[in-house]
Ligand binder design. Structure first.
Ligand SMILES: [Ca+2]
Length: 469
């Protein structure tokens, strides 16, 4: 083991790490004990449904490399994105807080939100890890702000290659409003190649360049988000006279019917192939046992994907909108071939990485996520807690087996138990994961109690926040 994987005893960071609770991953933290800092590879798929991965039941696609992560580690069956669409999920993942706190409650659109995004005052996992000596990079999709002031290089990422919009043509890298959107840090700079392959290439290269430094590599893939394009398919988007904002779509290049499904399949399988290359690079660099690799999706599936039998799809407040396939490996620390049905969320990632990496969280800041480290490495149950969602079509609370869904509009009303039960949906997910039988009328006390919590949450996370999407 090289010395770079240990805290220096003399630094204040090491002192802070030893003083903080739960930092030693279950090992006793003796005063002078040196501890390892694992690397992190966070792989996020875009619009990948709960049923779109072989190890989550897909019969349509072959995903041997994502499956290999689950096989080498832990498969999480009750993991959730915080949003049901791209930007809110990313805001929560980056900040470790409900996205309502940063005002990113909807999609940061290419058309209407070009001058807004995740405020620089927000603290991201990249910034937290940098305080503990990590090198950081993002290759792929940002989608939390277009203007340069919102660029990932201002949010703790040492390196950024990729796009800032919700999606680009996988070949021409033009967004859906006709803006060229491929960046090298703060500069627009084209890269020839298929988006998925470029993300993989830069990811593998970053690992090789940083094999002697603790690193956090964030790989938010574009796949399998539209436009539906395989590796050898033609570009669909160009710009009239090469001018930004002058979108031209080649309708003949947009696949339909069986061709659309062929492209969708290829998009998932090429992403999986790239994940295999990342895993192979970790092995080549002898970093496999020193690296936590986490994979999940940012929300439910769009048209072509499968929600795996869950109700709803991308954008929905139902499980199909936000329960996502997820798995994590850390050979030697997380037991291979295990499974967890604990309820977890994207906002847990920041606190988890800080915990594993020995980074101190800013004391004055409230984080909604919790560290999953003990649970992942020892199987210890997470402390009981409630999780919340707020999407365009409603707000929801998950409390143990119960999930209560209400419309956002009536959330602030005070009313009797009977009146509260009207217009809400209550599901017992232990019996009804498909959210088919609304049992609100039969459980007025549960409804009332959850509604009170939901209202309190909404008031807390939106207090004094400027909407930014
Ligand atoms: Ca998405």
């Amino acid at each position: 083991m090289t010395s770079r994987r240990h805290f220096l005893k003399t630094t204040s960071l090491a002192a802070a790490a030893l003083a903080a609770p739960k930092l030693a991953l279950g090992e006793p933290a003796a005063a002078n004990e040196l501890r390892k800092q694992p690397n992190f590879v966070i792989i996020l798929a875009d619009d990948l449904g709960y049923g779109d991965i072989t190890c989550f039941g897909s019969k349509r696609f072959k995903t041997p490399n994502v499956d290999a992560i689950a096989k080498a580690g832990l498969r999480m069956t009750d993991f959730h994105s915080n949003g049901a669409v791209c930007s809110p999920t990313r805001a929560a993942l980056l900040t470790g807080r409900y996205q309502q706190r940063s005002g990113i409650t909807g999609v940061v659109t290419a058309k209407s939100h070009r001058h807004t995004g995740l405020d620089q005052a927000e603290v991201t996992f990249a910034e937290v890890l940098k305080t503990a000596g990590y090198k950081t990079a993002l290759f792929g999709k940002w989608h939390t702000g277009y203007a340069k002031e919102f660029n990932p290089t201002h949010q703790g990422f040492d390196e950024f290659r990729g796009y800032v919009s919700g999606n680009v043509d996988f070949h021409s890298h033009i967004d859906q409003e006709g803006h060229f959107d491929w960046w090298n840090g703060l500069k627009k700079e084209d890269d020839k190649g298929y988006t998925t392959d470029l993300i993989t290439k830069y990811g593998c290269d970053f690992i090789r360049r940083h094999k002697d430094t603790p690193f956090c590599l964030y790989l938010p893939h574009e796949a399998p988000h539209y436009p539906l394009q395989g590796r050898n398919d033609p570009p669909q988007r160009s710009r009239k006279d090469g001018k930004d904002g002058q979108l031209v779509v080649d309708r003949d290049a947009v696949p339909k019917g069986a061709k659309a499904m062929r492209a969708y399949t290829e998009m998932i399988e090429v992403m999986d192939e790239g994940i295999g290359k990342v895993l192979e690079t970790l092995r080549e660099c002898k970093l496999e046992n020193d690296t936590i690799v986490l994979f999940f999706s940012d929300n439910g599936p769009a048209h072509e994907g499968s929600s795996g039998g869950l109700k709803g799809r991308k954008g929905s407040i139902n499980e199909g909108g936000h329960r996502v396939p997820a798995c994590v490996q850390w050979p030697g620390k997380i037991k291979a071939g295990t499974e967890s049905a604990e309820t977890m969320m994207g906002a847990d990632v920041l606190v988890t990485l800080a915990d594993a990496g020995g980074a101190k969280l800013p004391a004055e800041r409230k984080f909604d996520g919790v560290s999953l480290m003990d649970h992942w490495t020892t199987g210890k149950a997470l402390a009981k807690r409630d999780l919340f969602w707020g999407v365009n079509k409603g707000i929801a609370i998950r409390s143990g087996k119960w999930k209560l869904i209400a419309s956002g509009a009536s959330a602030k009303k005070k009313a009797s138990a009977k009146a509260v039960a009207k217009g809400v949906q209550l599901y017992d997910l232990s019996k009804d994961i498909g959210e088919r039988k609304n049992v609100a009328a039969q459980n007025p006390t549960v409804v009332k109690a959850l509604r009170v919590k939901l209202n309190a949450w909404m008031a807390d996370v939106t207090k004094g926040v400027k909407k930014r999407s």
